[in-house]
Write a protein that binds this ligand. Sequence first.
Ligand SMILES: Cc1cc2nc3c(=O)[nH]c(=O)nc-3n(C[C@H](O)[C@H](O)[C@H](O)COP(=O)(O)OP(=O)(O)OC[C@H]3O[C@@H](n4cnc5c(N)ncnc54)[C@H](O)[C@@H]3O)c2cc1C
Length: 455
Amino acid sequence: MSRTAEETLRVALWPGDPGYDEARRVWNGMIDRRPAVIVPCSDATDVAAAVRYATAEGLAVTVRGGGHNVAGLALADDALLIDLGPMRHVDVDPAGRTAVAGGGALLADLDGATLPHGLACPVGVVSETGLGGLALGGGYGWLARKWGLTCDHLIAAEVVLADGSIVRASAENQPELFWGLRGGGGNFGVVTRFTLRLRPVDDVWIRSAVYPIEQAAAAVRAYRDAMPSQPDDLQLVGAFKRAPAADWIPEHLHGEPVLAFTTVWLGAEGGPEAAAGLFADCPPAGSIDRIIPFADLQSMGDGSEPAGRRYYTTSGYLADLPSDAVDVLVRYAVDGLTTYSTIDLGYFRGAVARVDDDTTAFPSRDASFICSASAAWDDPAGDDHGRSWAGGLIRDLGPWRSEGSYVNYTQRSGRSAADVYGAHRYARLAALKAQVDPTNVFRGNHNISPSPTRA
Ligand SMILES: Cc1cc2nc3c(=O)[nH]c(=O)nc-3n(C[C@H](O)[C@H](O)[C@H](O)COP(=O)(O)OP(=O)(O)OC[C@H]3O[C@@H](n4cnc5c(N)ncnc54)[C@H](O)[C@@H]3O)c2cc1C
C-alpha cells in the first residue's frame, strides 16, 4: 500500500530534534553540514514519498547509503536527506548465485549474508563502507582482477526517480539508466534494491611485507614490472605509511615512513609459488605469510581509517610509473606523511579491463595503476596541510596521469564530473540525466548536469 508523504515524514528528524545531530554525522569528521530534514526510509515507497515532498518544497535531495563518501556527498546544507540506514537487509539465492541487497546495506551486511554460502560479490576492502555509493561509483577490491568491479556484478536495480516513480533497471528494462547506474554515481535516482551476481570464494593466502623508505623506489619499480604478467588470482597493493609496531617489522622502522605491500592469492594452495619471483631482486626488511578465511580478508581493513577523523582523499589513474613518477611518490612519503596518512597504489587490469568500455558508465578501464592519497589527522589546525599534501601529490603526478579519475575517491574542490568521466562519456551521462532528472533534484553528488553546457 502506498504511503503518503505525511506518514513517511512522521519519523523525520528536523534541526533541534533529538537524534538529528547523530543522524547527520558521516565518516569524514571534516563534514559538518545541516540538512533541512532527515528522512529515514524503509522501502521504495518511503523514498518516493520523500522525493515528492522535496520537489514540492523545492528542496534538493541527497542520499545516505553507508555515509562513507570521502567528500561527504551524502549530506548537503538545507537539502532533504534520504537516510537508507533502515534498508540493510540482504536476501541470498545460493543456487542462482545472486543476492538482493537493500539500498542502505553495508559491505559487512552483504558479506555476512553471502559468505556462509561460500559466495561473495566483489566489493571494497573495508566492510564498514556502504554498498550504495561504492557500487554506483564502480567498486573495486581484492576480487577485481579476477572478477571485475562491483558495478559489473549488478544484474538489476530498483530505482526511485526524481518524479517519485519506481522503476526496475536492467539490461532489458531501461538499459540506458542501467548503463548510467554502473559508474555514474548517485546522479539518476535512489537505488532501493541492488540485485547482484555472486562468485565462489575460498580461503586466501596473504603476505604482508615492508620496505624501508630508502628501498621503496626499487620495490615500486619491481612491482610495476611484475604486475602485467601476473595471473588474475594474484592481487598486490602497495601503501606508503608509517610502520605500525608489529612484531614482524624490524623495530627501527616502527613509526617511520615505509612502503608496505600486501599480496593476496585467491586460494589456500599455491600462493607462495605464485609470489616466489615477485621481489626476487629486492627482498623486504620484514614479512609475514598466512592463510585466512575470505571473511577475514574482507574485514582486514576495518578500523584502519576510523569514522570521525579528519580526512582528505583524492586520486588519479596512472598509465605508467616511470622512475620520475616513482620519485614523486617517495618524496611525498618522506615529506608530510602524518601518523595516519597513506598513499595507496593499486594495479587493475585483469577482469576490469576485459569489460567493453561502452558497457558501463565507469571510466578508464584501461588504466593500469590507481594512486590515492589519503591525508588523515585529528586536529583542525592540520586541515590546510592535509588538503595541500594529498592534493599536491596527485597534481605532481599530472604528467603520468591518464584520462578520468575514480568518482569514489574524488574530493569536490577543483574537480568536476566532466573531469572524472571525460568529455565523450560525460555527454552521454548528461543526456541520460536530462531524461530522468531534468531539474537536477539529485545534485548533491559529483554532479552530472542535465545541461552539459553548464557542467
Ligand atoms: C575507509 C574507506 C575505505 C574504502 N575502500 C574502498 C574500496 O576498497 N574500494 C572502493 O571502490 N571504494 C572504497 N572506498 C570509497 C567508497 O566507495 C566511497 O566512499 C563510496 O561513496 C561510499 O559509499 P557509501 O554508500 O558509504 O557513501 P555515502 O556517503 O552514503 O554516499 C556516497 C554517494 O553515493 C550516493 N548513494 C549512496 N547510496 C545510494 C543509493 N542507494 N542510491 C543512490 N545514491 C546513493 C550518495 O547520494 C552519495 O552521492 C572507501 C572509502 C572509505 C572511507
